[in-house]
Design a protein around this ligand. Structure first.
Ligand SMILES: NC(=O)c1ccc[n+]([C@@H]2O[C@H](COP(=O)([O-])OP(=O)(O)OC[C@H]3O[C@@H](n4cnc5c(N)ncnc54)[C@H](O)[C@@H]3O)[C@@H](O)[C@H]2O)c1
Length: 349
């Protein structure tokens, strides 16, 4: 039985709490929350769960693992203290607010031989896993480009901009799918509502082999959209997380055909003709499991069986590395910023 303490129970914390409560191999020992109204909610809904306003109450010997669901700017210091107190840590995305902070957390996890996991929830999502299977079965041929939209009407954040709040998901999905780091990024964002906190961001990631990815994030949009489109030489795939048909595979593409033979050698009309093809649209059956359920179960299993985490510190570091470079680009009005290769990290996992 793994004894878990939860820090932060605002909007997202209750989802983590519900999933950990459903697991039979762990128990929630206590919840730390600063906000009185949230404490009242917890005391009413879960009267047997101890609550505290002081997270340090969770750093004692009766707790094995700490789950951090507080605002991003607090992640580093809370995770650091938990690791120093020899707790396993699951920290919500983003892992930290800088590469230096992320590296320090990884080193601490190594030093104390504890698991450090980041909540990149979509890497635990069945549709995203299926997407990867299709990509790597060469079903879509050569990947030309992909683009992702994660927009909604709210929640407007005050501690971080839309890039750091929303794009960690898109970046983690894209890195998971492509299994490589981008080499360059450019990003533009605009702060309409609060000075210095961008509400919308458009980011372009350049990968090796001329693959390009565009990410659009916003909390200032009339509709909730969670969609990623992948265009390959053989097929095109749309992953729509808010639709019933989460994955649609389009047998569509454009082939170039040599028409010299049919036109004769004296023709100067052109050597190639673009031929469009459009076949079936396939909607694969997906056994849906709540991604967060998979994520929470994985965290506990990796602690108990000392297994490698799918989204450990290195994974969190890679996403923060991209976010940091994208922020640099935004400060330079969208200038291309190189993403330096990360040296391999040996993590605790
Ligand atoms: N994985 C996902 O899909 C997903 C979705 C939403 C949010 N998140 C992440 O979850 C985290 C929390 O987001 P949220 O929307 O719940 O934010 P929120 O502001 O609604 O909740 C954060 C809570 O943490 C509490 N808190 C802050 N510092 C504390 C401390 N030192 N001790 C105790 N409590 C403290 C606050 O009082 C607040 O209630 C963020 O990192 C966010 O990026 C992840």
């Amino acid at each position: 039985m793994v004894n878990v303490g939860l820090i932060g129970c605002g909007y997202w914390g209750p989802n983590l709490l519900r999933n950990f409560l459903e697991l039979s191999n762990c128990q929630i020992k206590a919840i730390a929350e600063l906000d009185d109204s949230r404490i009242d909610y917890l005391n009413q809904k879960f009267p047997s769960l101890p609550t505290t306003k002081d997270y340090r109450d969770l750093m004692n010997g009766s707790i094995d693992a700490v789950v951090i669901a507080t605002q991003p700017r607090t992640h580093y210091s809370l995770a650091k203290e938990a690791l120093q107190n020899k707790k396993h840590v699951l920290v919500e995305k983003p892992l930290a607010m800088s590469v230096a902070q992320a590296r320090e957390l990884i080193e601490l996890a190594n030093k104390h031989q504890r698991k450090l996991m980041v909540g990149h929830t979509f890497e635990y999502s069945e549709p995203v896993r299926l997407l990867k299977k299709y990509m790597h079965s060469e079903e879509i041929g050569r990947l030309y480009y992909l683009y992702s939209q994660r927009v909604n009407f709210g929640i407007v954040r005050q501690d971080v901009n839309a890039l750091w709040n929303l794009a960690p998901h898109d970046i983690s999905i894209i890195l998971y799918l492509l299994e490589k780091m981008p080499v360059m990024v450019s990003a533009k964002g605009v702060d309409f509502l609060q000075k210095g906190i961008e509400d919308i961001v458009f980011m372009v990631l350049h990968f090796p082999d001329d693959v390009i990815a565009h990410v659009h994030v916003s909390w200032l949009d009339p509709n909730k959209v969670r969609r990623m489109t992948l265009v390959g030489s053989e097929k095109m795939i749309v992953y729509d997380d808010v639709s019933d048909a989460k994955i649609k595979i389009y047998d569509k593409g454009i082939k170039k055909q040599n028409i010299t033979e049919s036109l004769g050698r004296y023709d100067d009309f052109g050597q190639y003709q673009s031929i469009k093809f459009a076949g079936d649209v396939i909607l694969p059956k997906i056994d849906l499991v709540e991604p967060l359920k998979n994520e929470c179960a994985h965290f506990i299993e990796c602690i108990q069986q000392d297994k490698d985490l799918l989204t450990g510190g290195d994974n969190g570091l890679r996403v923060v590395h991209v976010l940091e470079a994208a922020s640099r680009s935004m400060r330079q009005d969208g200038k291309n910023v190189a993403i330096e290769p990360l040296e391999t990290f040996v993590t605790a996992e």
